[in-house]
Design a protein around this ligand. Sequence first.
Ligand SMILES: C[SH](C)CC(=O)O
Length: 267
Amino acid sequence: NENANGIGAQTDYKIIGIEPGAGIMAQAKNSLTDYGLDDWKIVEGSSAAMVAELKKAIDNQKPIIVTGWSPHWMFQAFDLKYLDDPNNTFGGAEHINTIVRKGLEQDAPGAYTIFDQFSWNISDMEAVMVEVHKGMDPAEAAEKWVAANPDKVAEWTNGAQSGNGEPIKLVYVAWDTELASTNVIGTVLRQNGYDVTLSQVEVGPMFAGVANGSADAMVAAWLPSTHLEYYNTYKKDIVDLGPNLQGTKNGLVVPKYVEIDSIDDLK
Ligand SMILES: C[SH](C)CC(=O)O
């Protein structure tokens, strides 16, 4: 069944996704069912591969549909739009929560306080993401942001006793958003006397690691819908410190030159 603008034939009925375990991939698969897109499929890959394909399509002004989320530097690098989601398959505005292991408050009270007070906004995160996109090492981009935002960092460290070299293991998934947030909070903890290591994992192991105590914390729980399944699986074994960022968004994203405006138009 040809759709209104031939977008199916032009994209070989493919939506370019990211890692299979990502919540946005489950949402994208649900959208095929919710909108009756029987001919379409979600291509699994990685965040980096998705963005590389997006850039290649845009360089050649070709149609492409990707799984996208905000904040993301790609909205500043390319002229993109979200497809309307009238069935609300991708949920509304979300938040990203900080999750720490049980026992951290006793073992590293200063670190616990900093995690609990960690909170920043979309423009803060985008500032770090854009530097990383332009080629700066994520740790360096984080140090630059921390140095440029002493007042905000002081809110996070307010009342936190300094560490004495206690190890803090942070886990994260290689999404551009979490590369920024994990390096920033890691820098602040390091500057406050903790021996911080960052470990890149997939989504499941990220939640599992904090739940079984092999990791101390992560700042990457997309809620209330994107990571709901993981959250429900592990919630009795983790400590949820609430949002560190508000107002994220997930959806299907196309370059503005693609003449469709809604997921409905893919039928
Ligand atoms: C890539 S972010 C929207 C988080 C996720 O989809 O799991």
